[in-house]
Ligand binder design. Structure first.
Ligand code: SF4
Length: 558
């Protein structure tokens, strides 16, 4: 199957070498080491069928596969309703996955019940007005995750002796004694008592408290970012062949949580006095700062930022973006930054994923995707941003119609119903306007087939009377004009119209597809490796046989 207008011109430079089409995934993970988060074929469907309604499920996320690498910002963009928020919520366990997997450093966390993952991931929501409880003070809001996760749980390491028994007491409650993780203790020397109260954090973060035993007084050091000093910790040692180290934290749990909340608020640019205020006493930007402080409470590695600035004034947006960047630099966080504003994504994201109808259609380094989009949907999004810096210098590429229903996505390429670069069959040879009219008429029939008929229409169809005939004739006239249809088209269109007027819109759409469909209507494209192998695009035009996206759209739109 070839593209009649373009089959001779394979590549952007006329050679096709730069499009390096590969029909299997060749993800940039290989160049970046192991990912922090690996998502494979993730699906989130909402099945709302009842005894009265047999609608198919809404496929909000439908087969997303991507990796997130430590310390990067991955921007996720797409139109409203494309599934990007559902994807983010599924990653953090706020929605249940229907299928596929989410792995964190090789561990499956798809079901959202993994306690370690719950601590390591946070989310900042789009609308700070709705995401903060107006009945709670800001201090209570920021402390909430600490209380929910039983924070703090402090791990203790003992240095300077080959073996030690560690026990805890004092106000830090609930947990277990962790092995000494100091330089000279090993796993075999782990000791503890069942009722001990010094408890453990994540050993990967290093110990919270380190006790150094020398000949003199034991020295205590406290991990950075804890609201404690060595003066808050009392240590006593019962020396012997295996010393027993008793650790007592003098601050209460409530004090530790209050101090942590104050530190977090200071970190996001608010002050101590704000702790006792309520969300409605703050501006939108300040409320979003509170949301960020709450997301940071448990020292996460990974934040899902769901349109974190889109509800804010432009001047405030810049300040929040700067804050997020500073925090990322300081704490080494990994971000999934969900947005519909591509300018913001260009500023903040290292890589960008473009989502359409529940799946990622293009993924790659941000500058490279902006400079040279390889998917027609990405090109259309970029064409809508004045001064985006994209090399597209044509008119805005306006997509036809609205995205198909996620209940009934097209069976071939999900973008085929709106694509300005859709591959056309060799035969018949038709002007692009006629191809588009045929596509749009098929969308009309598909849409009608999905919609609920009125009782009258159903009754008319049952007795073989025409259904809504005038509307169908109007649609054909609107799409093809008042002149005669081309001879290669007219008989099939007449046949399809007759089927629709008889009440069978699905058969009408199928007839058009059978006569005028292309490879794009039959085949859901795989993710093609493209660019320098660090990009992927779900578009058949990545194959060498076809002309590139930008040239095709330029020819058709100009
Ligand atoms: S495969 Fe590519 S050209 Fe074909 S409809 Fe999909 S996006 Fe358009």
């Amino acid at each position: 199957m070839s593209d009649p207008a373009t089959s001779a011109a394979a590549g952007r430079d006329g050679t096709g070498d730069d499009r390096d089409a590969v029909a299997t995934r060749n993800h940039p993970a290989a160049a970046r080491g192991d990912p922090l988060v690996s998502v494979r074929d993730l699906r989130t469907y909402y099945d709302e069928r009842t005894v009265l309604s047999r609608s198919p499920p809404v496929k909000a996320v439908d087969g997303v596969s991507l990796d997130l690498f430590e310390g990067e910002t991955l921007g996720l963009v797409g139109e409203s309703g494309c599934g990007k928020t559902t994807f983010g919520r599924t990653l953090v366990g706020l929605e249940d996955a229907t299928g596929g997997t989410v792995e964190v450093e090789g561990r499956d966390v798809t079901d959202g019940g993994d306690a370690d993952w719950q601590r390591r991931v946070g989310m900042v929501f789009q609308d700070p007005d709705e995401s903060l409880n107006d009945r709670q003070t800001v201090g209570q809001i920021v402390r909430e995750p600490l209380e929910a996760q039983g924070w703090p749980r402090l791990s203790v390491a003992v240095e300077g002796v080959p073996e030690a028994t560690v026990s805890g007491s004092g106000p830090v409650v609930g947990g277990r004694v962790e092995r000494g993780v100091g330089a000279t203790a090993d796993a075999g020397s782990s000791t503890g008592t069942a009722d001990a109260q010094t408890v453990t954090g994540d050993p990967e973060d290093g110990p919270d408290l380190t006790v150094s035993l020398g000949r003199g007084t034991p020295e205590v050091s406290v991990r950075e970012r804890l609201p404690l000093t060595a003066d808050d910790v009392t240590v006593s040692v019962d020396r012997g062949e295996r010393p027993t180290v008793s650790v007592r934290v003098e601050k209460s749990v409530a004090e530790l949580r209050r101090d942590r909340a104050e530190e977090l608020l200071a970190r996001v640019g608010l002050s101590e006095e704000h702790v006792r205020r309520y969300p409605h006493q703050f501006s939108g930007g300040q409320r979003q700062r509170v949301g960020i402080a709450r997301a940071l409470a448990l020292e996460p590695d990974f934040l899902v930022l769901d349109e974190p600035v889109s509800a804010l004034d432009v001047s405030v947006q810049a300040r929040i973006i700067n804050l997020l960047e500073e925090i990322q630099d300081d704490l080494g966080l990994t971000y999934l930054f969900i947005a519909h504003d591509l300018s913001v994504v260009r500023h903040i994201a290292d890589r960008v994923a473009v989502m359409y109808l529940g799946n990622v259609v293009e993924l790659g380094p941000t500058e490279s995707v902006f400079d040279d989009p390889r998917h027609p949907y990405t090109l259309s999004l970029l064409s809508a941003i004045p001064g985006s810096g994209s090399p597209w210098d044509g008119e805005r590429v306006t997509l036809r119609g609205t995205p198909p229903s996620p209940r009934d996505p097209p069976s071939g390429c999900p973008f085929a119903t709106r694509c300005p670069a859709k591959i056309r069959p060799d035969d018949p040879d038709l002007p692009e306007d006629t191809w588009r009219a045929l596509d749009e008429l098929r969308v009309v029939f598909r849409t009608r087939a999905r919609s609920e008929d009125s009782v009258v229409e159903r009754a008319r169809a049952l007795v073989g009377l025409p259904v809504d005939a005038e509307a169908i004739d109007d649609a054909v006239a609107d799409l093809f004009g008042d002149g005669d249809l081309p001879p290669a088209v007219a008989p099939v269109v007449d046949e399809a119209v007759a089927l629709a007027k008889g009440g069978d819109d699905r058969a009408a759409a199928d007839r058009l597809r059978e006569a005028f469909g292309s490879r794009c209507d039959d085949e859901a494209p795989d993710a093609y490796a493209t660019g320098d192998g660090d990009r992927e695009s779900r578009c058949l035009r990545c194959e060498d046989d076809y002309r590139g996206v930008a040239e095709t759209v330029a020819d058709r739109e100009r």
